[in-house]
Write a protein that binds this ligand. Structure first.
Ligand SMILES: [Zn+2]
Length: 116
């Protein structure tokens, strides 16, 4: 399941579509091209029988700033393969402090990087 989110970040839409459960998969799956994923943190992941879950936070960047998508995703296993089923997602704006580490992943302080 972690591999699905790596794919998400890398915008491998085809792979994403293949692992999405047919019942809930959007007919036309495209990621917003103005958005760039810069970070991914898996907070919790596990499975019980044929049901699995991943709780993650993904940081994205667009022209105006940063946003954090936090989602509890549910997966189901059918015939030995895991499929994304659905999830509860919440998106919030990310406003780093000037002395915080920049969310873009550079490792520099925000004020010396994207906040300059
Ligand atoms: Zn930066």
């Amino acid at each position: 399941m972690r591999s699905r989110y790596s794919a998400f970040v890398l915008s491998h839409v085809d792979y994403l579509s293949l692992t999405w459960h047919p019942e809930t998969r959007p007919a036309d799956l495209t990621l917003d091209s103005g958005e760039r994923w810069v970070g991914l943190e898996v907070l919790d992941a596990g499975s019980e029988g044929d049901v699995g879950w991943v709780h993650f936070k993904a940081t994205s960047r667009d022209g105006r700033g940063f946003a954090v998508l936090e989602e509890n995703s549910r997966f189901v296993r059918e015939a030995g393969r895991w499929y994304y089923r659905d999830g509860d997602a919440r998106v919030s704006a990310l406003t780093p402090g000037r002395n915080d580490t920049c969310p873009c992943g550079s490792g520099r302080k925000f004020k010396k990087c994207c906040g300059a």
